[in-house]
Design a protein around this ligand. Sequence first.
Ligand code: FAD
Length: 282
Amino acid sequence: MADERASPESKIYFPQSLAELLQVHRRDPDALIWAGGTFILSQRTGRFAELPATVVSLQDVEELERISRTERYLELGAMVPLRQIIRLGPQNVPRALYDALRHIGPPAVAGLATLGGNLAVAGRIMTAIPVLTLLDARAELRRQGGARWLPVGRVHRADGSVDLQPYEIITRIRVPLYPWTAQVFRRFGSELSPDSDPLTFCGLARTSNRILEELRIVGSAGHPRLLRNKSMEAELVGRRLPLPDREVRQAIETYGEPGHELSSIQRDRFRRLARWFLLSLR
Ligand SMILES: Cc1cc2nc3c(=O)[nH]c(=O)nc-3n(C[C@H](O)[C@H](O)[C@H](O)COP(=O)(O)OP(=O)(O)OC[C@H]3O[C@@H](n4cnc5c(N)ncnc54)[C@H](O)[C@@H]3O)c2cc1C
């Protein structure tokens, strides 16, 4: 049975296993899922957080804290604290993801914050999502009696809501391990403060014998729509390196199209980073 501790305002459940968690969540699909609590607490307006009638804490669910690695994948339980993932080091975690996680909050936050929580913030694309999207990571969603895998880039719908069915929980994130030869992550501002013109940039490339064999570039201003141009990426694949400055300029121009709700600062930063990344490829 769940360890049920009552507070004057909210009932808080502490399920002890995944099966119990899914059962409790099925009983009360409107309950607030509490992972590390760092985002939830960052949104409070007064001294204390205003919690709904029922809260389900994931802290005692051991199945959500597992990490495994094969030659092809790194699998991270939704409740593994970011600090623990960072401690695996860049030899075990794709470099761009490792760098992205090191940007999330001060050390006290990284000790509590989880990857599941980073994916599940409604209305905002948090720091890890653009990188996980480029890496083709998938999230496992579980409910009582069923499971499905969703590409991380599709966890948020176009309107920013999270594509979780009632009773579903993010249980683990599977990150393919691919031999990228160039991985770059940069971040300006913070998704927590839209006034800071936040911009997350990630570039991935595989090169061999001075030929560009694979290329992926993404930018995010925290909105549901990521800045990515797959046809431009495909056009540059197969080219000899270094890329001529003229071709890079033309490629960057394709990011000028409207419809991405970027400020001029965000767009300018993104273009400069994309240009620098493309010119640096060898
Ligand atoms: C000082 C500070 C700085 C920060 N800086 C950054 C930053 O730079 N970049 C950034 O991305 N974030 C930042 N954050 C926000 C936050 O720390 C991270 O986004 C973190 O990864 C959230 O994880 P959590 O476990 O604390 O989530 P929680 O706060 O517990 O939950 C976040 C949301 O996800 C839902 N949820 C959590 N886990 C699951 C699950 N397994 N299945 C389904 N739903 C779930 C919760 O119900 C809630 O809606 C910062 C926070 C603070 C306090």
